[in-house]
Design a protein around this ligand. Structure first.
Ligand code: PAF
Length: 262
Protein backbone atom coordinates (compact mmCIF):
# COMPACT_ATOMS: atom_id res chain seq x y z
CA UNK A 1 0.00 0.00 0.00
CA UNK A 2 1.33 3.38 -0.98
CA UNK A 3 1.06 6.09 1.67
CA UNK A 4 0.41 9.53 0.19
CA UNK A 5 0.76 12.72 2.19
CA UNK A 6 0.39 15.61 -0.25
CA UNK A 7 -1.52 16.98 -3.22
CA UNK A 8 1.55 16.23 -5.39
CA UNK A 9 1.59 12.60 -4.27
CA UNK A 10 -2.08 12.35 -5.21
CA UNK A 11 -1.53 13.83 -8.66
CA UNK A 12 0.91 11.02 -9.43
CA UNK A 13 -1.73 8.33 -8.93
CA UNK A 14 -4.54 10.04 -10.85
CA UNK A 15 -4.85 8.36 -14.22
CA UNK A 16 -7.36 6.56 -16.28
CA UNK A 17 -8.16 3.80 -13.76
CA UNK A 18 -11.39 4.22 -11.79
CA UNK A 19 -10.79 5.16 -8.18
CA UNK A 20 -13.08 4.42 -5.22
CA UNK A 21 -12.58 6.41 -2.03
CA UNK A 22 -13.34 5.64 1.61
CA UNK A 23 -12.94 8.72 3.84
CA UNK A 24 -12.29 7.94 7.53
CA UNK A 25 -10.95 9.42 10.71
CA UNK A 26 -9.01 6.22 11.47
CA UNK A 27 -9.41 3.90 14.48
CA UNK A 28 -10.58 1.46 11.84
CA UNK A 29 -12.99 -1.32 12.71
CA UNK A 30 -14.90 -3.98 10.77
CA UNK A 31 -17.44 -1.38 9.67
CA UNK A 32 -14.74 0.64 7.88
CA UNK A 33 -13.31 -2.54 6.40
CA UNK A 34 -16.73 -3.43 5.00
CA UNK A 35 -16.73 -0.02 3.25
CA UNK A 36 -13.31 -0.86 1.77
CA UNK A 37 -14.65 -4.15 0.42
CA UNK A 38 -17.58 -2.32 -1.18
CA UNK A 39 -15.10 0.16 -2.69
CA UNK A 40 -13.12 -2.73 -4.16
CA UNK A 41 -16.25 -4.02 -5.87
CA UNK A 42 -16.73 -0.66 -7.62
CA UNK A 43 -13.26 0.25 -8.87
CA UNK A 44 -9.86 -1.23 -9.73
CA UNK A 45 -8.05 1.07 -7.29
CA UNK A 46 -9.11 1.99 -3.77
CA UNK A 47 -7.92 4.90 -1.69
CA UNK A 48 -8.68 5.35 2.01
CA UNK A 49 -8.06 8.61 3.85
CA UNK A 50 -7.32 8.92 7.54
CA UNK A 51 -7.64 12.43 8.93
CA UNK A 52 -9.13 13.46 12.26
CA UNK A 53 -10.84 16.61 11.06
CA UNK A 54 -10.68 19.37 13.71
CA UNK A 55 -13.40 21.55 12.17
CA UNK A 56 -16.14 18.97 12.78
CA UNK A 57 -15.53 18.83 16.54
CA UNK A 58 -17.17 21.33 18.88
CA UNK A 59 -15.14 23.05 21.62
CA UNK A 60 -16.31 20.57 24.28
CA UNK A 61 -16.06 17.46 22.13
CA UNK A 62 -13.50 14.65 21.99
CA UNK A 63 -11.01 15.93 19.33
CA UNK A 64 -7.92 15.56 21.53
CA UNK A 65 -8.90 12.15 22.85
CA UNK A 66 -10.38 10.81 19.61
CA UNK A 67 -8.75 7.35 19.19
CA UNK A 68 -5.65 7.39 16.98
CA UNK A 69 -4.39 3.90 16.08
CA UNK A 70 -2.48 4.56 12.88
CA UNK A 71 -0.09 1.57 12.93
CA UNK A 72 -2.92 -0.81 13.51
CA UNK A 73 -4.99 0.93 10.83
CA UNK A 74 -2.19 0.54 8.28
CA UNK A 75 -1.94 -3.20 9.00
CA UNK A 76 -5.71 -3.62 8.56
CA UNK A 77 -5.71 -1.78 5.23
CA UNK A 78 -2.68 -3.72 4.00
CA UNK A 79 -4.38 -7.00 4.88
CA UNK A 80 -7.18 -6.00 2.48
CA UNK A 81 -4.72 -4.99 -0.27
CA UNK A 82 -5.85 -1.37 -0.28
CA UNK A 83 -3.89 0.47 -2.98
CA UNK A 84 -3.45 3.89 -1.39
CA UNK A 85 -3.72 5.54 2.01
CA UNK A 86 -4.03 9.33 2.03
CA UNK A 87 -2.63 10.51 5.36
CA UNK A 88 -2.40 14.29 5.13
CA UNK A 89 -1.17 16.74 7.76
CA UNK A 90 -3.64 19.45 8.77
CA UNK A 91 -1.58 22.01 6.80
CA UNK A 92 -2.25 20.07 3.59
CA UNK A 93 -6.04 20.30 4.00
CA UNK A 94 -6.15 23.63 5.81
CA UNK A 95 -3.27 25.71 4.41
CA UNK A 96 -4.99 28.96 5.48
CA UNK A 97 -5.90 27.74 8.96
CA UNK A 98 -9.01 25.97 10.20
CA UNK A 99 -11.57 27.92 8.20
CA UNK A 100 -14.96 26.56 7.13
CA UNK A 101 -15.31 26.78 3.36
CA UNK A 102 -18.39 24.67 2.68
CA UNK A 103 -21.68 24.81 4.45
CA UNK A 104 -24.17 22.03 5.02
CA UNK A 105 -27.70 22.34 3.64
CA UNK A 106 -29.60 24.12 6.44
CA UNK A 107 -32.80 22.13 6.23
CA UNK A 108 -30.89 18.85 6.51
CA UNK A 109 -28.39 19.96 9.12
CA UNK A 110 -30.58 21.90 11.54
CA UNK A 111 -32.14 18.78 13.08
CA UNK A 112 -31.03 15.60 14.85
CA UNK A 113 -27.23 15.77 15.44
CA UNK A 114 -27.10 19.33 14.10
CA UNK A 115 -29.01 20.56 17.17
CA UNK A 116 -26.58 19.01 19.65
CA UNK A 117 -23.46 19.55 17.57
CA UNK A 118 -23.75 23.06 16.07
CA UNK A 119 -21.34 23.56 13.15
CA UNK A 120 -20.48 19.85 12.98
CA UNK A 121 -21.85 19.30 9.48
CA UNK A 122 -20.22 22.46 8.12
CA UNK A 123 -16.89 20.98 9.29
CA UNK A 124 -17.75 17.66 7.64
CA UNK A 125 -18.72 19.36 4.35
CA UNK A 126 -15.56 21.47 4.41
CA UNK A 127 -13.21 18.52 4.77
CA UNK A 128 -15.13 16.17 2.49
CA UNK A 129 -15.21 18.82 -0.27
CA UNK A 130 -11.44 19.29 0.08
CA UNK A 131 -10.83 15.52 0.02
CA UNK A 132 -13.01 15.08 -3.08
CA UNK A 133 -11.25 17.98 -4.77
CA UNK A 134 -7.76 16.62 -4.06
CA UNK A 135 -8.45 12.93 -4.65
CA UNK A 136 -10.94 13.23 -7.52
CA UNK A 137 -12.47 9.78 -6.99
CA UNK A 138 -15.08 8.21 -9.23
CA UNK A 139 -16.92 6.71 -6.23
CA UNK A 140 -17.03 7.58 -2.54
CA UNK A 141 -18.43 5.15 0.02
CA UNK A 142 -20.33 6.38 3.09
CA UNK A 143 -21.97 4.28 5.80
CA UNK A 144 -25.63 4.66 6.76
CA UNK A 145 -24.73 4.83 10.45
CA UNK A 146 -24.07 8.54 9.90
CA UNK A 147 -27.29 8.80 7.91
CA UNK A 148 -27.68 12.54 8.32
CA UNK A 149 -24.08 13.04 7.18
CA UNK A 150 -24.78 10.84 4.16
CA UNK A 151 -27.81 12.95 3.13
CA UNK A 152 -25.89 16.19 3.61
CA UNK A 153 -22.93 15.00 1.55
CA UNK A 154 -25.22 13.76 -1.22
CA UNK A 155 -26.84 17.19 -1.22
CA UNK A 156 -23.43 18.92 -1.40
CA UNK A 157 -22.34 16.69 -4.29
CA UNK A 158 -25.53 17.60 -6.16
CA UNK A 159 -25.48 21.35 -5.49
CA UNK A 160 -21.73 21.73 -6.09
CA UNK A 161 -21.98 19.46 -9.16
CA UNK A 162 -19.13 17.25 -8.01
CA UNK A 163 -18.50 14.52 -10.57
CA UNK A 164 -18.62 11.36 -8.51
CA UNK A 165 -21.07 8.75 -7.33
CA UNK A 166 -21.87 8.35 -3.64
CA UNK A 167 -22.33 4.73 -2.64
CA UNK A 168 -24.35 4.00 0.53
CA UNK A 169 -23.30 1.13 2.76
CA UNK A 170 -25.53 -0.55 5.31
CA UNK A 171 -24.67 -0.29 9.00
CA UNK A 172 -22.21 -2.91 10.16
CA UNK A 173 -23.16 -4.26 13.57
CA UNK A 174 -21.67 -6.30 16.38
CA UNK A 175 -23.42 -9.66 16.99
CA UNK A 176 -25.56 -8.04 19.71
CA UNK A 177 -26.77 -5.28 17.38
CA UNK A 178 -24.51 -2.42 18.50
CA UNK A 179 -23.60 -0.31 15.47
CA UNK A 180 -19.83 -0.39 14.94
CA UNK A 181 -18.15 2.90 15.75
CA UNK A 182 -14.62 4.06 16.55
CA UNK A 183 -16.07 5.53 19.75
CA UNK A 184 -17.20 2.10 21.04
CA UNK A 185 -13.70 1.56 22.46
CA UNK A 186 -14.44 4.29 25.03
CA UNK A 187 -17.18 2.13 26.58
CA UNK A 188 -16.44 0.42 29.89
CA UNK A 189 -17.31 -3.32 30.03
CA UNK A 190 -20.54 -2.43 31.89
CA UNK A 191 -21.48 0.26 29.36
CA UNK A 192 -20.66 -2.11 26.49
CA UNK A 193 -23.34 -4.48 27.83
CA UNK A 194 -25.93 -1.70 27.92
CA UNK A 195 -25.04 -0.07 24.58
CA UNK A 196 -26.91 -2.57 22.30
CA UNK A 197 -30.17 -1.48 23.99
CA UNK A 198 -30.08 1.55 21.70
CA UNK A 199 -30.58 -0.68 18.69
CA UNK A 200 -33.21 -2.70 20.56
CA UNK A 201 -35.12 0.55 21.26
CA UNK A 202 -35.01 1.50 17.57
CA UNK A 203 -36.37 -1.90 16.61
CA UNK A 204 -39.15 -1.88 19.15
CA UNK A 205 -40.29 1.58 17.99
CA UNK A 206 -40.05 0.56 14.33
CA UNK A 207 -42.05 -2.61 15.00
CA UNK A 208 -44.70 -0.65 16.87
CA UNK A 209 -44.02 -2.52 20.13
CA UNK A 210 -43.21 0.70 22.00
CA UNK A 211 -44.04 4.35 21.53
CA UNK A 212 -41.18 6.82 21.21
CA UNK A 213 -41.93 8.06 24.74
CA UNK A 214 -41.89 4.57 26.24
CA UNK A 215 -38.60 3.75 24.52
CA UNK A 216 -37.11 7.04 25.73
CA UNK A 217 -38.07 6.28 29.34
CA UNK A 218 -36.55 2.79 29.07
CA UNK A 219 -33.27 4.15 27.70
CA UNK A 220 -33.10 6.84 30.38
CA UNK A 221 -33.72 4.23 33.09
CA UNK A 222 -30.78 2.23 31.71
CA UNK A 223 -28.48 5.23 32.17
CA UNK A 224 -28.53 6.80 28.68
CA UNK A 225 -28.58 10.57 28.41
CA UNK A 226 -30.74 11.07 25.31
CA UNK A 227 -30.06 13.70 22.66
CA UNK A 228 -32.93 12.48 20.51
CA UNK A 229 -35.06 9.50 19.56
CA UNK A 230 -37.35 10.34 16.68
CA UNK A 231 -38.71 9.24 13.34
CA UNK A 232 -37.95 11.15 10.17
CA UNK A 233 -37.96 10.26 6.48
CA UNK A 234 -39.13 6.71 7.11
CA UNK A 235 -36.33 6.00 9.60
CA UNK A 236 -35.98 6.00 13.37
CA UNK A 237 -32.92 7.88 14.65
CA UNK A 238 -31.30 7.88 18.07
CA UNK A 239 -28.34 9.65 19.67
CA UNK A 240 -27.48 9.23 23.32
CA UNK A 241 -24.58 9.41 25.69
CA UNK A 242 -23.46 6.56 27.90
CA UNK A 243 -21.14 8.22 30.37
CA UNK A 244 -19.10 10.53 28.15
CA UNK A 245 -19.44 8.39 25.00
CA UNK A 246 -21.93 9.61 22.41
CA UNK A 247 -23.52 6.85 20.33
CA UNK A 248 -25.79 7.14 17.30
CA UNK A 249 -27.85 4.63 15.37
CA UNK A 250 -30.80 4.50 12.97
CA UNK A 251 -32.96 1.95 11.17
CA UNK A 252 -35.28 2.03 8.24
CA UNK A 253 -38.97 1.64 9.00
CA UNK A 254 -39.55 -0.16 5.71
CA UNK A 255 -36.90 -2.76 6.60
CA UNK A 256 -39.17 -3.62 9.52
CA UNK A 257 -42.28 -4.18 7.40
CA UNK A 258 -41.56 -7.90 6.75
CA UNK A 259 -41.17 -8.35 10.50
CA UNK A 260 -44.44 -6.52 11.16
CA UNK A 261 -46.26 -8.82 8.74
CA UNK A 262 -45.05 -11.98 10.51
O1 PAF B 1 -17.66 9.83 8.96
C1 PAF B 1 -16.50 10.19 9.22
O2 PAF B 1 -15.65 9.40 9.66
C2 PAF B 1 -16.12 11.64 9.02
O3 PAF B 1 -17.18 12.49 9.31
C3 PAF B 1 -15.55 11.93 7.61
C4 PAF B 1 -16.59 11.67 6.54
C5 PAF B 1 -14.33 11.05 7.36
C6 PAF B 1 -15.13 13.40 7.50
O4 PAF B 1 -14.14 13.73 8.43
Amino acid sequence: MQILKTKNDLQKIQGDTKLAFVPTMGALHEGHLSLVKIAQSYAKKVIVSIFVNPTQFGPNEDLSKYPRTIEDDIKKLESLNVDFLFLPDASELYPQGLEITHFANKELSEALCGLNRPGHFDGVCTVVYKLFDLIKPDYAIFGQKDYQQLLIIKDMVKTEQIMLEIIEAEIFREADGLAMSSRNIYLSPEQRLIAPKLNKALKSVAQGKQSIDEAKLDLISLGFELDYLETRRNRVFVAAKLGSTRLIDNISLSAMIPLLNN
